[in-house]
Design a protein around this ligand. Sequence first.
Ligand code: SF4
Length: 291
Amino acid sequence: MNDLTEAILELIRRTSTDLPEDVEARLRAALEQEEEGSAARGALETILKNVELARENSTPICQDTGTPLFYVRYPEGMSTRALRRQIIAAVQEATRRTYLRPNAVDAITGRNSGDNTGDEHYPTIHFEEVDADQPLVIELMLKGGGCENVGAQYKLPDSRLGAGRDLEGVRKVALDAVYKAQGKGCAPGVLGIAIGGDRGSSYLASKEALLRRLDDPNPNPDLDALEKRLTEEANQLGIGPMGFGGKTTVLGTKVKGLHRLPASYFVSVSYMCWAYRRRRMTVRGDEVLYE
Ligand code: SF4
């Protein structure tokens, strides 16, 4: 197996400094919807200018470079211990080169490790084995702290919100999460929603939902309709970019259904800010492709 540290470092650089084109396209479309001279339009103009400058100068899109979340699909036979070592070395080098801000703080002592590494969950690395003839795929998401703070988990039924154990109930709690977030998650955001699972798997799946492209329709027609409706209704709440009011509160919604115990019906909402940083690298032999 080749040493992929340099290639993973490049994945981190691109993720931190180069916003994906589908996200930028949604931000540009949102700008056109907002009134000339409004605070909402001004905020989107500033965001887009910042996106251009970050790309040009290879500097982070936001001062908070987020929690690094890696999703690795590795062909059978590849060493996950070697991959983990290379990912960690790349994260440390990316921190030295300031593609990442040192963000890993020991929860007990309050000490910052200084290099974005810490316990076995920092950085977070999810491994999944695939067939030996498949390529290695590493996806990286950088999840900002402000938007992570406004994520929420609901247990249905929820009598306060009148939300039952069905898609209508999911709709009500998801809108409640957006309403409570206001501008604190750095709107316009993207909603990753998981329905079902246990508390842990539900939150995990809500983040996996955010790996989808914004223009990727849900293969389940009921969930696709829910995604479109939630985006439309969230944008009628009037929260707007950075909470300044306006028509753009979310850029999109991604929903994933899971199995669940008969006793439980969890709905987890992961809120991703406008700095929706996610990139993928695919490795076949010596060839590395970045998307
Ligand atoms: S929530 Fe996102 S945009 Fe806001 S400060 Fe954090 S990373 Fe930056």
